[in-house]
Design a protein around this ligand. Sequence first.
Ligand SMILES: NC(=O)c1ccc[n+]([C@@H]2O[C@H](COP(=O)([O-])OP(=O)(O)OC[C@H]3O[C@@H](n4cnc5c(N)ncnc54)[C@H](OP(=O)(O)O)[C@@H]3O)[C@@H](O)[C@H]2O)c1
Length: 297
Amino acid sequence: MSQSLSIAVIGPGAIGGTVAAWLSRNAAIDDLILCARSPLDRLSVETPNGGRIEATPRVLTSPDQVEAAADWVLIATKTYDVEGAAAWLKPLMGPHSRLAVLQNGVEHVERFTPYVAPDRILPVIVDLPAEREGPGQIRHRRDGTLTVPDSETGRAFAALFQDESLKPVLTDDFLTAAWTKLALNCAGAVCALTGRPSGVVHEPGMAELMRAMAAECVVVGQALGADLPDDLPDWVVERTFASQPDSVNSLLGDRLAGRPMEWDARNAVIPRLGAPHGIAAPLNQMAATLLAALEAR
Ligand SMILES: NC(=O)c1ccc[n+]([C@@H]2O[C@H](COP(=O)([O-])OP(=O)(O)OC[C@H]3O[C@@H](n4cnc5c(N)ncnc54)[C@H](OP(=O)(O)O)[C@@H]3O)[C@@H](O)[C@H]2O)c1
């Protein structure tokens, strides 16, 4: 039996490009493929330790170009690009392929179950600040983590990563980890709504607003079984105060660039999943409604 290992990364943007660049250093991977919407010819990633990774994986720009299924398929498109990303799955997912979803939100598996059986999907929480400066040109700002369930598939995924700058983390409570990240992300909507980076938290009333948005998330997450502490919203606000005042989250980055925004995965999801439990989340609902209207404009 062949021991060769093939990996396809769908969406080689900030996250997909950074992850692919680090994977290019793993000698056990024989075939690394980038599945791109816009063409690129190489990856050049500035690393947190001041170095640079230059890599030239194979680049495909259409699902028709896929010749064989891959052992691992990693999706790193934005959550609103699911349909386009899914078009790659038919040729890439063979009987033994596994799909890792590197996206924000708490619905990694649900998003792709129309296309792939849920037991083949590995949800991944990405804590990795990276920015795309051009096609394949990426700045990986600080060491990051990829958190996955501590399952056989999660451990196999973790084994792909060998560098301190991009560490896999195994958790036996993925639900709680995902909702913790969502609490932070949902409050970040204030940046996209005001058009201002994280320093906006210093404006009057802003910390209270962020705390209240995160509190809505905590109540819904707890109802779904996540083990979230009641003071998590305080942590969200403290983390925002501690962040660089000029740091731009990806929701704001998308707004400034005139792209769609992940308001559904980061805000609308909270009232949507709260509703069956009779829990309203009006602040997050309002944030999603306003962001959707801004996006439509
Ligand atoms: N960036 C961060 O620091 C960060 C941190 C934590 C979590 N995340 C999450 O990670 C996910 C990815 O974010 P990102 O910042 O990497 O986004 P990004 O830089 O916008 O990259 C997304 C990539 O997906 C590509 N794409 C879209 N549709 C495609 C399709 N049909 N086929 C192939 N490629 C397609 C885009 O192509 P184009 O080149 O044509 O746009 C782009 O290269 C998001 O859920 C985000 O919230 C990001």
